[in-house]
Design a protein around this ligand. Structure first.
Ligand code: NDP
Length: 504
């Protein structure tokens, strides 16, 4: 939370106080970067980008490799910092490191190739030659949320750097210390200070950043994403938006119900449900609905909640009161419209002020907020379907389109269903796996966002193309007409040949 103070000289300065959500204690404070400081930081980044952009992609990747190794060595510290500001579990904080490390290794191996100058064909073979260069935008701003402060702070920033941009990270004011530490390690790995910097502050700092950078990579809510897009559109700068979701999961009648139930519990309650790609709606075939509910209750009963260390604690605290209250509001709304809480549904103050039980709802329908609005809390609502058309219609009946999943043994059928789902990705029998698969682009459609992260696409968005063409003038005469008779004849002959042979 931003706090204003007055210094001895009378000047007003602001700092951010950061709370541990499990204990409510203030764990530290950090100065808020003022608008003037942000502009100066961007100017320094602009100067530093010239030298950084002049390095080869392999040289830049070398720095990222050193940084990745340093993070790996310092993972315990990083996990501790992350857990103190989010209240998440040991395994949750470690997951952020391992998922990002996979993405780093992917780019370390592939990015130099993706960024290589491409040769393209021309319309006049042998005489003209053409190339495409991938050039950095300049200064990239990255704005990230609090739910995965390490993974989501760095997942866009790293490819932006590899592509030759300098970058500024504005983490959520709720979780600034994880980002601060990750960037400190980047400097220790040798990346010049002004090439990668952190700025701190609330939404105002984010808005200032969007006003001055050359590209903005935003992760957060749809409402804020829309504001970011409006400013970017006014300035005509490119951007990517990774926004909210209401991810559906379809369970077909042939699914392995133990694997399905355990997978759903994991995917709905991981990080206390504060995951953009958590399963937020389940549509189960009516023939296996009761059996699936029994299995869900069984696996939810084994799900461990708490703040202790160790990989056997499955779910920690929620991070913000706002999300906790929205979770409760969705449950109350659902109950008032006929839903039943079949598991959980209560706060657990004895564990900490923001602990909330993993909750399973039955008898839900699309009149309820819990099936339509993003919850960002540990709720798993399960609804019956009677035929596949109905399941697909319900899954697509949403303003969002981030990620979706299917449980089945029949992959051909799953592929046919996936092609009809309006989402950025679909995974079968393993929800949330696409974002952890570095070669696959991930991102949303509709209100879930614009653009893709990861894969070749996620790297090349941080570049613009420059086309380059040479003409050796072979056999040509000085000519003022746009086309002389001989060239026209050649063009006609080439056209006839091109009808049958692929030239370009
Ligand atoms: P917010 O949109 O509230 O905030 C996201 C970031 O934007 C924060 O750093 C925030 O700063 C900053 N911000 C706030 N106002 C502005 C503004 N006007 N201009 C620029 N930046 C601004 O989202 P949350 O932090 O609450 O994150 C939760 C949301 O993020 C959920 O909707 C979730 O679905 C989505 N999300 C999407 C993901 C994806 O990959 N698609 C992944 C994870 C989350 P501050 O926090 O300091 O106010």
């Amino acid at each position: 939370m931003a706090i204003s103070n007055r210094s001895q000289s009378g000047a007003i300065y602001e700092h951010i106080e950061v709370k541990n959500p499990v204990t409510s204690e203030i764990i530290g404070s950090i100065p808020q970067t003022s608008a003037d400081e942000i502009k100066e930081t961007i100017e320094r980044a602009r100067d530093a980008q010239i030298g950084w952009g002049a390095l080869s992609p392999s040289e830049r990747v070398g720095y990222i490799r050193r940084w990745a190794d340093l993070v790996w060595e310092q993972q315990e510290t990083l996990i501790k910092i992350n857990r103190r500001e989010t209240g998440k579990t040991d395994s949750g904080a470690f997951l952020e490191i391992i998922v990002l490390d996979n993405i780093l290794q992917y780019y370390i191996h592939h990015a130099p190739n993706f960024l290589k100058t491409q040769q393209r064909r021309t319309i006049v073979p042998f005489i003209q030659k053409a190339k495409v260069f991938y050039k950095p935008h300049g200064v990239v701003g990255v704005i990230s949320p609090w739910n995965y402060p390490y993974l989501l702070g760095l997942i866009d920033l790293v490819p932006a750097l590899i592509a030759g941009n300098s970058a500024l990270l504005k983490p959520s004011e709720v979780t600034p210390f994880t980002a601060e530490y990750a960037i400190k390690l980047m400097h220790e790995a040798g990346i010049p200070r002004d090439v990668v910097q952190v700025i701190h502050g609330d939404g105002r700092a984010g808005a200032t950043l969007v006003e001055h950078v050359d590209y903005i990579a935003f992760t957060g809510s749809t409402a804020t994403g829309r504001k970011v897009a409006e400013t970017a559109a006014k300035r005509l700068i490119p951007y990517s938006l990774e926004l909210g979701g209401k991810d559906p999961c379809i369970v077909l009648e042939d699914a392995d119900l133990d694997m399905t139930a355990a997978g759903l519990v994991r995917s709905a309650f991981e990080n206390a449900g504060q995951v953009c790609i958590s399963v937020e709606r389940v549509y189960a075939d009516a023939r296996i609905y009761d059996a699936l509910m029994d299995k869900l209750l069984y696996y939810a009963g084994k799900y461990q909640m708490g703040s202790d260390d160790g990989m056997d604690i499955h779910m920690g605290s929620m991070t913000n009161t706002r999300e906790l209250e929205r979770t409760e509001a969705h449950i109350h709304d659902a109950i008032s419209k006929g839903a039943r809480v079949v598991f959980g549904g209560r706060r657990r103050p004895e564990l900490g002020p923001l602990f909330f039980e993993p909750t399973i709802l039955a008898d839900v329908d699309h009149a309820m907020d819990v099936m339509r609005q993003e919850t960002f809390g540990p709720i798993l609502p399960v609804m019956k379907f009677h035929n596949l058309e109905e399941a697909i219609r319900l899954a697509n009946d949403s303003e969002y389109g981030l990620s979706a999943s299917i449980f089945t043994r029949d992959f051909k059928r799953a592929e046919a269903i996936a092609r009809r789902l309006d989402s950025g990705d679909v995974s079968v029998n393993r929800p949330q796996m696409v974002v952890a698969t570095p070669s696959l682009p991930s991102g949303g459609q509709r209100n879930s966002g614009v653009g893709r992260r990861n894969g070749k696409e996620g790297l090349l968005r941080f570049t613009h193309t420059q086309s380059f063409l040479t003409d050796n003038l072979f056999g040509q005469q000085p000519e003022l007409r746009l086309a002389d008779p001989f060239s026209l004849q050649v063009a006609m002959v080439l056209r006839t040949i091109r009808r049958y042979i692929k030239f370009i």
